[in-house]
Each structure stands twice: as structure tokens, then as C-alpha cells.
Design a protein around this ligand. Structure first.
Ligand code: TXA
Ligand code: MG
Length: 345
């Protein structure tokens, strides 16, 4: 199959809407990461999404909507709290989990009795959903297990030959996927996956619990609330390690690496030997969110065998950066300040 890349605009809108209506799949831009879209109510279309990604069948998709009417078509259980969160964070990077109505296909929802729903903040994609008139199921548009795509070029790398159309809407604003929450009673949410809608922001409206799966390793056969949390994720081919330590200790450690092809994601102010390959990352949680996935992909392109990433600050969107990074690194953290690499002043 030939894969077309078209810039977001009227032509792309027409083509994408036609494809989705006829049961095909299309890669679309959102403010978080690119999505691989299909009619959420068309079981065959949804199956094609799972196939193109190589995604396990029990990992449910998010239903993207363009209006509250679409939410009422998916669920009967729109609580006062979910309405308030929708008013404040939609369109935007918040996904909420609701019991699903029987006509919402079980396949779309990984066999669960619930459906994850979000209204994305991207003009093209909102118009596309509006024009289709049905919710659009869209996981991140990467091959399962690889870092999520934050540009159309990333999608092309993973999906060339597998899907008919990629809509290029430029680089994604946030760079990490939406915050996923489920409800616990009338006044409480549990964060299953952190994102740009931060715990601090949600606390303005309700009690917030951060699920253990956000920062802890989950065994493959454990029963989890969000199936996506148990899979290997966001991993390039390179071995990724998290470096925890001061600037000095980080420099000492990384500069002692004698082999070639060592990649590094840091603040930008570390002094590195010429042999170390530096990739964009940054100091603020926002910059790190924007750069993390793109830099891990670049490290693979450069043939890095090992990539070292400095431990992010976990405030704000930093919790999402740390959550993704832990999975990329298979939870490997090198603590530089206590061990033999430490420089004490
Ligand atoms: O920002 C995003 O959310 C992007 C863009 C494209 O919208 N989408 C995305 O989809 O990240 P995906 O499929 O890569 O991740 C969806 C996550 C998975 O961890 C999945 O397990 C969880 O949401 N999820 C989906 N439906 C669920 C449900 N009914 N209950 C619990 N978790 C659910
Ligand atoms: Mg994903």
C-alpha cells in the first residue's frame, strides 16, 4: 500500500473523512502525539488499527470526540465531576474513563466494560471528527512498543506501507500522551497515566490519587486498571538508562564512557567529551516532554547503543516525562550521588 503524506487543510480533511467513513485508517495530528484513527464504532476498522500497530488486543483505544453529544452517545454516566472536568480541560489532553453503552464495540475497548474518551485540542482533528459524525478511536500512531510519534515524519517511519494517509499537522505541542483518569466516587479521580493535565491542575476540582502503576513496575500478569501500563513501552533499540545525580557526577560518569555511539539527554549545560552524542532534552518539564520521544528516535537513527537520560523533575508535566522515561529505560536508574561515581566537594 502506498502511504500518502498530506499537509493539514481542506484537501486532507476531505480525504481523511472519506477514508474514515469507508472503514479505513488515517494518521492524524493531535496536541499530544499523533494518533492512528478509525471509526470507533466499526469493528473491522478498529481491528486494522490493532494490526497496523502490532498492538495486543486487550489494550483498549481512546475514543476521540468533537462534542458533548458524542460523549452522551458513548455513556449514560456523565457525573457532575466529569462534566466540570470536561468544561475545564476539553478540548485538551485529558482522557476520562466511563462505563460504555452496549453499542460501543468491546473490541475498541479491549474487552472492558468501560470506554476512555477525550476531546483533542487540534483544529484539524476536531473538524475531522465533526465531519465524520462518529467518535474516532486513536491510539498513538507508533509501532507498539516504540516511542510515540510527535511529528508526521515519525509516523511515516513506523507506518509507511501500512496505512493510506498521514495528515501532517506539524510538531505536537506537548509531546507526551494525554492524562488518563478514572473516577472513584463523586469527588475523586485516579490518574492511570500522567500527562499535560497535571495532578496539580486536577486538584483544583477534586481529590486526586496517583495510581501505583504510574511510577512502579507492574508484573506482566498483574490485573491493572489501565492495560497499557503493563506493556513494554516507548523503547528505542538503544539501551536507555536514567542518570540520577548532580551535574558534576553526571559529567564524570558520562565522560568515562570509552565506547562510541553513547547518546546523552541532559540540560544542555553539561561539559561533555566530543565522543558523546548529545540530543535535545532541556531543563524545564515542558521542554523535556516536547523532546523526549523525538530524541529517543534520533538516538536510534544515529545508531546509539546506549542512551543516558538525566532524571526529570516530577513537578507538573514532569511526572509524565518520568513515567514514560521509566518505561523506556525498563526502570533502570543509575544513582550517581551515592556510589563510586560520586564527586564530593
Ligand atoms: O494523547 C493521547 O492520549 C494519544 C492521542 C493520539 O490522543 N493517544 C494515546 O493512545 O496515547 P494509546 O492507545 O497509545 O494509549 C491509551 C491508553 C492506554 O494506556 C490504554 O490502556 C488506556 O489508555 N485505556 C484506554 N481505554 C481504557 C479503559 N477503558 N480503561 C482503562 N484504560 C484505558
Ligand atoms: Mg501509545
Amino acid at each position: 500500500m502506498e502511504t500518502k503524506l498530506v499537509k493539514a487543510g481542506e484537501t486532507a480533511l476531505n480525504e481523511a473523512a472519506e477514508l474514515l467513513k469507508s472503514g479505513s485508517i488515517v494518521a492524524i495530528p493531535t496536541e499530544t502525539v499523533y494518533g492512528l484513527a478509525a471509526n470507533a464504532y466499526d469493528v473491522n476498522a478498529v481491528r486494522s488499527v490493532f494490526r497496523a500497530k502490532g498492538r495486543p488486543q486487550d489494550n483498549p483505544l481512546i475514543l476521540h470526540i468533537s462534542s458533548m453529544e458524542m460523549l452522551y452517545d458513548i455513556t449514560e454516566m456523565v457525573s457532575t465531576l466529569s462534566k466540570r472536568l470536561a468544561e475545564n480541560f476539553w478540548p485538551g489532553p485529558l482522557t476520562m474513563i466511563f462505563p460504555r453503552k452496549p453499542h460501543v464495540p468491546a473490541e475498541t475497548c479491549g474487552g472492558l466494560s468501560t470506554a476512555a474518551v477525550r476531546m483533542p485540542r487540534n483544529k484539524f482533528t476536531l473538524e475531522l471528527i465533526e465531519r465524520c459524525g462518529f467518535p474516532v478511536a486513536a491510539p498513538s500512531a507508533n509501532t507498539s512498543g516504540l516511542p510515540s510519534p510527535t511529528s508526521a515524519a515519525h509516523v511515516f517511519d513506523d507506518m509507511n506501507g501500512k496505512i493510506p494517509l498521514i495528515v501532517d499537522g506539524g510538531e505536537c505541542r506537548y509531546g507526551v500522551e494525554s492524562t488518563v483518569v478514572c473516577f472513584e466516587g463523586d469527588d475523586s479521580v485516579r490518574i492511570l497515566r500522567p500527562g499535560a493535565v497535571t495532578p496539580e491542575m486536577l486538584r483544583e476540582f477534586c481529590h486526586v490519587v496517583i495510581d501505583n502503576g504510574v511510577l512502579e513496575m507492574i508484573s506482566p500478569d498483574a490485573k491493572v486498571l489501565s492495560p497499557g501500563m503493563k506493556y513494554k513501552h516507548y523503547s528505542p533499540s538503544a539501551e536507555v538508562y536514567i542518570l540520577k545525580g548532580t551535574d558534576k557526577n553526571t559529567e564524570k560518569f558520562i565522560n568515562s564512557k570509552k565506547m562510541n555511539n553513547v547518546g546523552f539527554l541532559g540540560s544542555g549545560s553539561e561539559e561533555l567529551n566530543d565522543s558523546i552524542i548529545r540530543f535535545p532534552y532541556g531543563k524545564s518539564p515542558e521542554e523535556q516532554a516536547e523532546n523526549l520521544f523525538a530524541s529517543l528516535r534520533k538516538a536510534d537513527e544515529r545508531g546509539c547503543d546506549e542512551v543516558y537520560v538525566r532524571m526529570p523533575d516530577t513537578a507538573g508535566i514532569g511526572l509524565a516525562v518520568y513515567n514514560r522515561l521509566l518505561r523506556s529505560a525498563g526502570f533502570r536508574i543509575i544513582d550517581l550521588d551515592g556510589g563510586e561515581n560520586a564527586v564530593h566537594e
